[in-house]
Design a binder for this molecule. Structure first.
Ligand code: FES
Ligand code: FE2
Length: 377
């Protein structure tokens, strides 16, 4: 029999209220309960800033890409004044979605009956509508969605009252500004769907505890858990550091990089911005996931990466990121097996979640975030 949502929320709250040293992994049903997902959509994905990619995915006027947040179709497009904007991607005639994928256009033309919108969302063409006396082009404007850029990332929110992203992440900016992530260039970006709950994948990213074991066939042998530093998180994000020479040259600062000094030249930041933007930031490259739930058992994953300015200008850097992409794809196959196995286990009637390891401090912080967002509203 399914647990009641009230008892699940109470369990989550009680576990989150324990000191970290005593806390266990989150209750099983947070990963499987359909009503919990509804609560997440209402209190998290419709309220928070959601990362939909890098701003260099739409560099020139008319460049666009489509995306969704909390199931709402959105079009991100650069206007003639070079401003990146986000609009509802639904036609105001009979509600066809407008654009799919990415590209460049002078006007956004609906594929159904040809209504056309300019790059600021105004209706500028509507075939045959001069014969409809009540119709007036000027009355039609695609609804605009809040968009903010932080360190080169494009964030959207459906919540008009959401605190500006730059304010929310100001303490994170202080920690990582030295990397200059806003100047990194994306070299790949893909979308995938995996059969697991979105939080299982988010939590998998937040802890490096699994690296030596789950990734024993790839990056595990290079992972030294004693090189990890897992400080307590902040309300909007958690993070941990990995301080050691990277096995791959692009994981350390390029010789032309004069901004990073001392240990920072070989320190990696592993950042989880709530709800599901997960970034591995090294002095030479970055890669990331941005997660959104499609169902209790399906997560949509935006997966991309790229290089720092010094490596983007170095032909060796381009070769190395291509090799790294091959390695990351192999690592992702291992992670996929891991997180799909956890999702299966979360349905067990017999098993109960156990205590967290010191390397799972970010998971504890994430559980607190969820508990506050869902219980607190
Ligand atoms: S639905 Fe777009 S023009 Fe008719
Ligand atoms: Fe992993």
């Amino acid at each position: 029999m399914q647990q009641s949502i009230d008892s699940l929320l109470q369990q989550l709250r009680e576990n989150a209220a324990l000191p970290f040293e005593q806390a266990r992994a989150m209750p099983k049903a947070v990963y499987t309960h359909p009503e919990f997902l509804e609560q997440e959509q209402t209190h998290i994905f419709k309220q928070e800033w959601i990362c939909v990619g890098r701003q260099d995915a739409a560099k020139n006027p008319g460049d666009y890409f489509s995306c969704e947040i909390a199931g709402e179709p959105i079009l991100v497009i650069r206007d003639k004044e070079q401003q990146l904007r986000a609009f509802s991607n639904v036609c105001l005639h009979r509600l066809s979605t407008l654009k799919q994928g990415s590209g460049n256009c002078a006007r956004v033309v609906c594929p159904y009956h040809g209504w056309a919108y300019n790059l600021t969302g105004k209706l500028v063409g509507a075939p045959q509508m001069q014969h409809s006396p009540g119709f007036n082009k000027q009355d039609y404007q695609l609804p605009e969605v809040r968009l903010e850029i932080w360190q080169g990332w494009v964030y959207l929110t459906l919540n008009n009252d959401a605190e500006p992203m730059t304010d929310k992440l100001s303490t994170l900016s202080d920690k990582i500004n030295r990397y200059g992530m806003e100047h990194y260039t994306q070299t790949f970006c893909e979308t995938h769907v995996w059969d697991t709950n979105w939080k299982i994948l988010a939590e998998n990213f937040m802890e490096s505890y699994h690296l030596p074991v789950l990734h024993s066939g790839t990056v595990g042998p290079h992972s030294k858990l004693e090189d990890m530093d897992c400080p307590p998180g902040e309300p909007a994000y958690n993070y941990h550091w990995l301080r050691k020479e990277a096995s791959l040259a692009i994981g350390n600062a390029h010789p032309d990089n004069t901004a990073l000094e001392g240990d920072w030249r070989y320190t990696t930041a592993l950042i989880a911005i709530y709800p599901g933007h997960l970034i591995t930031l090294t002095p030479g490259y970055f890669w990331y996931l941005s997660l959104q739930p499609l169902a209790v058992d399906k997560v949509q994953i935006l997966y991309g990466g790229g290089l720092s300015p010094e490596f983007i200008d170095d032909p060796e850097g381009i070769k190395a990121i291509e090799q790294l992409k091959i390695l990351l794809d192999e690592v992702n196959v291992e992670d996929r097996q891991g997180v799909e196995a956890v999702f299966k286990g979360a349905h067990s009637a017999l098993a109960e979640p156990g205590h967290l390891c010191w390397l799972e401090r970010p998971n504890y912080d994430f559980a607190n975030y969820l508990s506050q967002r869902i219980n607190g509203k």
